[in-house]
Design a protein around this ligand. Structure first.
Ligand code: FES
Length: 581
């Protein structure tokens, strides 16, 4: 046993001596802690090493993290090879399809779990194993608040499958085939067949959905080892990244490079550039706002839009393009993209390696011929994937993923067809007597942060069946909700303030005229101010509340989309600048 009778204050201590449980006697606290851990067979020499926590999010309910056991083994190997002591611990794990009412409702809970477990347990650095959409943002938010050295390990994308000789992958193809089924283009047998092929292995969605977006963002932020974003989940490359991550975590523990030195305004700007250049998920901006808020940094939507005008989409991945994540990996992964974007990046931003992003780009070498990342001179789309809209329908802003919208609908005026909430939508969208035409604008209310609650991905309003059968593939849609990063269409999202707290969206009626102009960044309700005032007076809005539990906390504390849908009390108390673009 250690000779130490340490009365060292817990805050200055390292390894097992950190964060001692309060018994009023630190020496006794350490003595007791060691007695218990020795019950698991650890030796004194093991316990004297830097302790590396590993947030293990493996769960039978989360196939996107189905490789967690193999990753854990590789991370532990890396930690031990570098002289550290790995200590894994469980946290909440969230999968998109297994989270009721919606995964976003639980993201903040996972971030609180992650933060408090990092704080509560002794560790000198932490490895965060995340992958499915909400897990990486939740972990980065929690780690940012906990403030210790941290490194992200992505679980990696799933492999693509094959349906009747056509390559398929979740979840853009899930939506495409479901659209065909709704339009009665394919039968029950074919939709059952394709269901077997869409997810060909464990791992995260294989297109540029939110999971892939957050993986690329994590690397752009400097929070993964170089090359950490793209190896598929079941590959040897992914396991080597895991081993390297473990080893790098020990270096972080020794150098004391805390997460706030990496997640700076410059790093966040790099992440915004990458979000735009990959045609990334609209959810990425919400998560970035939440992560930044934990460090007192404001994400400026106007800056995002300015950046978007000078940042082309370069990555040819579905849903904006044609390839899948495994192709991006074979094309060199993020190094290939960052090399192209280099003139637009803040190259001095520090990464978990202790080197700057610019140094890492140079170390990655000159690259090679490939057709997944386009050169700046020949982009997939001339501007960034996301445009920020303003107007009297969204005084706090709204966004549209212009790179996956129908160019013919981006300058459009139409008649509103209104659904009051998600249940109303489900009840009426396929009704034969729904009064709707292809040039109308579908409006869905009450799916914002407080409205649903949890801002579900219901903004991808399906094409009404009577139009789908006629071959209509896109229609302008507007809501205060989100949509999956794997979805596509002319869809205005994140309308702020949301309808459930009395935003203008709440007062839109059937037949109102709405104007969308992506060129002018405008979303306007063409109703006279006097009429809007009359509607306000006739229908005052009372925001939703709950009696107990997490729902009560959520409804009391959740912020709007522009603040990341985080809880107001979890943001850093002091302002620490904003992204300028
Ligand atoms: Fe987990 Fe798509 S459902 S990444």
């Amino acid at each position: 046993m250690s000779k130490s009778k340490s009365s060292t204050p817990a805050t200055d201590a390292a390894g097992l001596r950190k964060g001692l449980t309060s018994y009023g006697d630190n020496g006794f606290s350490l003595f007791l802690r060691k007695a218990f851990i020795k019950g698991a067979g650890y030796s004194d020499s093991a316990l004297d090493r830097p302790v590396i926590g590993i947030a293990n999010t493996g769960s039978a309910y989360n196939p996107c993290h189905g490789n967690a056991p193999q990753l854990m083994e590789a991370v532990k190997r890396g930690i031990m090879l570098a002289g550290g002591l790995p200590m894994d611990f469980p946290t909440i794990s969230i999968h998109e399809s297994f989270a009721y009412p919606t995964s976003m409702y639980l993201r903040n809970l996972m971030s609180m779990d992650t933060e408090e477990m990092i704080r509560a347990q002794p560790m000198d650095a932490v490895v965060l194993i995340g992958g499915c959409d909400k897990t990486v943002p939740a972990q980065l938010m929690g780690a940012a608040s906990a403030g210790i050295p941290a490194i992200q390990l992505i679980t990696g994308s799933m492999l693509t499958g094959s349906h009747r000789s056509e390559r398929v992958g979740a979840c853009t193809d899930c939506r495409r085939y479901w659209g065909k089924y709704r339009a009665e283009e394919i039968d029950d047998q074919e939709i059952a067949d394709v269901n077997n092929q869409l997810v060909a292995s464990v791992g995260t969605c294989s297109v540029m959905g939110t999971a892939s977006t957050m993986a690329c963002i994590a690397e752009a932020l400097g929070m993964t080892v170089p090359g950490g974003a793209t190896p598929p989940a079941v590959t040897a490359d992914r396991m080597r990244i895991a081993e390297l991550t473990g080893a790098q975590a020990v270096s972080l523990a020794r150098s004391g490079l805390t997460i706030d030195k990496i997640l700076t305004a410059d790093a966040l700007e790099n992440a915004m550039r990458v979000l735009l250049a990959i045609g990334g998920s609209t959810n990425g901006i919400v998560h970035l706002a939440a992560i930044a808020g934990r460090l007192g940094i404001d994400i400026d939507l106007k800056a995002l839009d300015r950046m978007g005008r000078e940042t082309p989409v370069l990555l040819d991945l579905k849903p904006s393009g044609q390839h899948y994540m495994e192709d991006f990996h074979k094309a060199g992964g993020m190094a290939t993209l960052l090399r192209e974007l280099k003139p637009l990046l803040k190259l001095n931003a520090l990464t978990v390696t202790g080197r700057s992003l610019g140094e890492e780009i140079d170390l990655a070498g000159p690259g090679f011929g490939q057709d997944v990342v386009r050169p700046v001179a020949d982009p997939i789309y001339p501007q960034g994937g996301i445009a920020v809209l303003e107007g009297n329908l969204a005084p706090g802003g709204a966004i549209i993923k212009q790179s996956s919208a129908d160019p013919g609908l981006m300058e459009h005026e139409g008649r509103a067809v209104v659904f009051e909430n998600a249940a109303d939508l489900a009840n009426r969208i396929d009704a034969d007597d729904l009064d709707v035409n292809a040039d109308d604008i579908l409006v869905l209310k009450n799916i914002g942060p407080k409205g649903a609650p949890g801002m579900p991905e219901a903004g991808y309003i399906p094409i009404p069946k009577k139009l789908a059968i006629k071959g209509v593939k896109d229609i302008v849609r507007i809501s205060d909700g989100r949509m999956s990063g794997t979805a596509f269409g002319t869809i205005v999202l994140h309308v702020t303030p949301e309808s459930a707290i009395g935003g203008p969206l709440a007062y839109v009626r059937n037949g109102d005229r709405i104007r969308l102009s992506v060129k002018n960044r405008e979303i306007s309700l063409l109703v006279a101010e006097s009429e809007m005032a009359r509607r306000h007076a006739a229908m005052p809005i009372v925001p939703p509340t709950a009696e107990r539990g997490y729902k009560k906390l959520f409804l009391q504390s959740v912020t709007q989309a522009d603040k990341g849908v985080d809880f107001d009390f979890l943001r850093a108390p002091e302002a620490n600048g904003k992204t300028s673009g």
